[in-house]
Structures are given as structure tokens and as C-alpha cells.
Write a protein that binds this ligand. Sequence first.
Ligand code: PAF
Length: 284
Amino acid sequence: MKPAVVAEIEPLRAVVAEARRKGQTIGLVPTMGALHDGHRSLIEAARGRNDFVVVSIFVNPTQFGPNEDLQRYPRPLATDLELCRQAGVDLVFHPRPEVVYPPDYRSYVEVTGLQDVLCGASRPGHFRGVATVVLKLFHLVQPDRAYFGQKDAQQVRIVQQMVKDLNVPVEVCVCPTVRETDGLALSSRNAYLDAGERRLATVVYRTLIEARRSIEGGERSAAAIRERMRERIGAAPGAVVDYAAVVDAETLCEATEIEPGRPLLLALAVKFGGTRLIDNLLIP
Ligand code: PAF
């Protein structure tokens, strides 16, 4: 069955309230559209544990910097709705920007510290926009559970921290990164890559795998791992490292020594032409 699509807040609240009245649990999958199999896996996870599944499709302007790709971000609504239909979504919330941010809008959420490192260092304001829109979606939908992909590891940490700090009654569910057969993490921005860049882009995941192998092989210096990741990416023609990080998985602070039992995040952001890709591996 086709999901219902609503663009305004009142009908959204009404449809969700009706599901609640029937005693149904609500799962929310927040997205910016351009849906792919990574989103499908989030929807399937939501479908598996909730009675009523809401997907939001909203290209959130506040998480884009002035020179970023807000205008050209893909918006293939018809194919997105078809994926939602196939995946058994009950309701799609697809608001216009002014519904989410009316002209007199003034309130923003900041998750200090976590928002300023890694992607936050090269995309100032990005996570303020993410945290703000996610909290708004949590208030609007009031889901029991919300689903995010591990590919956006920093976003996940920020949403978890916000939920904890602000006592938001939502269970944050994190789903594994979905990859192409050659390892490239699925991302809506992969569509920007030309054929050559697409071939090159596999270096990102290979570099992460090699870094993990060297930790498993006994390497204890985070600086050495960082350096090796940088060299490996730097050797790929046309690939430019934004960051190559080995950080504490919880605080996102740079690690110095790799200590067994202390969860780490290996994270990369790499530019191929005008396209910036991110990927990561969690070392439990
Ligand atoms: O991961 C995304 O697509 C976005 O950052 C999110 C969580 C939908 C907020 O706009």
C-alpha cells in the first residue's frame, strides 16, 4: 500500500495520534530523501520493531553551510515514495522549509564539544542544524524509537548525547553501514561521483580495513595509524584527506594510545573532486 504523505504539522500529529490511540508503537526514520538501500535497511529495522513507521523526507537547510550543496542536493521524491511503499512505510512527512522554520524561528540545539570536531571542524554549524531538526522531528512525531545509520557516526553520538542530556523519551537505534559490493558505504552523495572518482572512492573503506588490521596486529600508536591512513589516501590520485581520525568512540577526542577494551572510532572524510565522502569503523 502507498504510504500517506503529509506536508503540514497538524495532519502529521493527527495521523500519529490515531496510531497511538490504537495502541501502536511508532518508529521514526529521519532522512533527507534520495533514499537508497542504507535507508531501506533503517526502514526495515523500524518495520521489524514498531507497529507504525514514519519516514521524514526533509532537506534540512540549517545543516548546510553557505558554500555547500543545499540547492543541488538530490530530491527524487517519486522514487523515494516508491521505496517507502515497497518497504512498508505507513506515513511520510515531507514538509516545506517554512513549515519547519517559520520566518520568526529562533531556537537551536547545540551539543557542545561533540559538534566541533571531525566533520564539525570543516562544516561549522552542521551539527547544530542536525540536532535542531532531529529534536523537532522527535517532538512532532513523538516516536518510541528512531533509526540512524552507523555511517554517520558523529551524528549518532550527537543524537544519543542530546537525547540523554535533554531527557527525550526516544530509543535511538543504530543500524550497520550498508556497503556496495566493493565496500563503498552507501550515501546519497555517491551520485555526485564521476566514473573515475567512483572507482577511486573504494580506497576509503580499504584504508579503514587496513587500519583495523594493524590494530589487530598489535599497533598501539594512534598517531602511527592516522599517519598511515593519510599516506594511503594521499597515494590515490585526486583524493584529498579532510581528516583521518582515531578517536575515543564516546567522547570523539583524539586517542593517543590504543588500549584494549576502550572503544575507538576510525573515521575518514575524503574529497573526490567536489564530493566529500565519510566513512568509519567502530573498534569495540
Ligand atoms: O542523516 C541525515 O540524513 C540527516 O542528517 C538527518 C538525520 C535526516 C537530519 O536532517
